[in-house]
Design a protein around this ligand. Structure first.
Ligand code: CUA
Length: 380
């Protein structure tokens, strides 16, 4: 009786926790909330197969319960008649599963083909490049680059062209689509098409969607997340314009110590915030751009043009740090700059006291780290 209660209890808990996946806010990586045409195809297939398997479960359980009760051992019962095989049953339980497999295979194959179809000619192409352990996104149309948080317009076909800079990763945004492997693409001779993997989708809802690397790629595979920001076309254009010409803490600020009244700022001049530049931000800007940071990172509109680490343009606007792993707050940015490997084992970025990849420790003081964090956070 006690074991029956335990069994029932386990079932109730399992059912309740299974229900949690329906809470979209609490489970942003649930695939049962399709928000693109691609994800809808996958989800429809999933629902189809769910009903088939539920049907099989019911048939098997009902038959089992019937047999257990109807043919149970009774006291003083003689040995029942011994039989060997039953042609009808055997044909039945061979043919029925074969038909069910066919019924599942047809929509599955259709789904495979329909999710392979895309029109990169008319769609907006976005290059997705996996790195250990972060994501690079490039817009070949405009030459713009960002990292770990990609923006796309709603209701417009987008073709993600997926590759990797090192090992195999996998691009997956459960609510939008995936998974597709990000393979290292070797450059082919001119005119020959490298074998990229593609995901073609049209997002049907605005919002910020969580993505995750879905192929084991090293120590911090599980910490290799990203975000997809789906926004209106106007918002997307505005974001791209900002990315193309970001307002970086103006260099003139340090020299310009005159307290210009706010209403006297000329409307058409770019560095309008000169009077408000935070000295900490300015200090951080000087440290960042005079240290090895610029060898790996890029910030549009500055001397930082490194390409082997995440592009930091508009970093302050992003919702997360460290490839989707930390909330983007100044405090977390300080933590990250101080000791990246503590947060993400195997990260190639050097910390204050610990080298990263081929790079020596930065030896920044706590105050300098705060300054750099303040500067990066100001990029918005
Ligand atoms: Cu990248 Cu797992």
């Amino acid at each position: 009786m006690k074991s029956l209660r335990t069994l029932l209890g386990t079932w109730v808990v399992a059912l309740l926790t299974a229900g949690c996946a329906f809470d979209r806010e609490a489970y942003p990586q649930s695939s049962i909330h399709p928000t693109s045409d691609f994800a809808a195809v996958i989800h429809d297939l999933y629902v189809d197969i769910f009903w088939w398997t539920l049907g099989i479960l019911v048939v098997v359980w009902v038959a089992l319960a019937y047999i257990l009760v109807r043919f149970r051992a009774r006291p003083d019962q003689p040995v029942p008649k011994q039989i060997h095989g039953h042609m009808g049953l055997e044909i039945g339980w061979t043919v029925a599963p074969a038909l069910i497999v066919v019924a599942i295979a047809i929509p599955t194959i259709q789904a495979v083909f329909s999710t392979q179809q895309g029109d990169p000619e008319n769609a907006m192409v976005v290059d997705v490049i996996g790195h250990q352990y972060w994501w690079e996104f490039r817009y070949p149309d405009t030459g713009l680059v960002t990292a770990n948080e990609v923006h796309i317009p709603v209701d417009r076909p987008v073709s993600f062209r997926i590759s990797s800079a090192d090992v195999i990763h996998s691009f997956w945004v459960p609510m939008l689509g995936g998974k597709r492997d990000a393979n290292p693409v070797r450059m082919r001779p001119e005119g020959e098409d490298p074998t990229y993997n593609w995901i073609h989708l049209t997002a049907g809802e605005t919002g910020t969607f969580w993505g995750q690397c879905a192929e084991f790629c090293g120590d911090s595979h599980s910490l290799m997340g990203f975000r997809v920001v789906v926004e209106s076309d106007e918002e997307f254009q505005a974001w791209q314009a900002e990315l193309a010409e970001p307002v970086v803490a103006p260099q003139a600020a340090a020299a310009d110590t005159t307290e210009a009244p706010a209403d006297a700022a000329p409307a058409d001049a770019a560095p309008v915030q000169t009077a408000q530049v935070d000295p900490l931000v300015e200090q951080g800007r000087q440290i960042f751009h005079s240290q090895t940071c610029v060898a790996c990172h890029a910030i549009a509109g500055t001397n930082a043009q490194g390409e082997i680490a995440p592009n930091l343009t508009l970093l302050g606007q992003r919702t997360s740090l460290a490839a989707g792993w930390l909330e983007n707050t100044p405090e977390n940015l300080v933590r990250w700059i101080t000791a990246p490997q503590d947060i993400k084992p195997g990260a190639l970025m050097p910390g204050v006291n610990v080298p990263g990849g081929n790079w020596p420790a930065t030896n920044l003081t706590e105050e300098q780290v705060r300054a750099v964090a303040a500067y990066l956070y100001s990029l918005r």
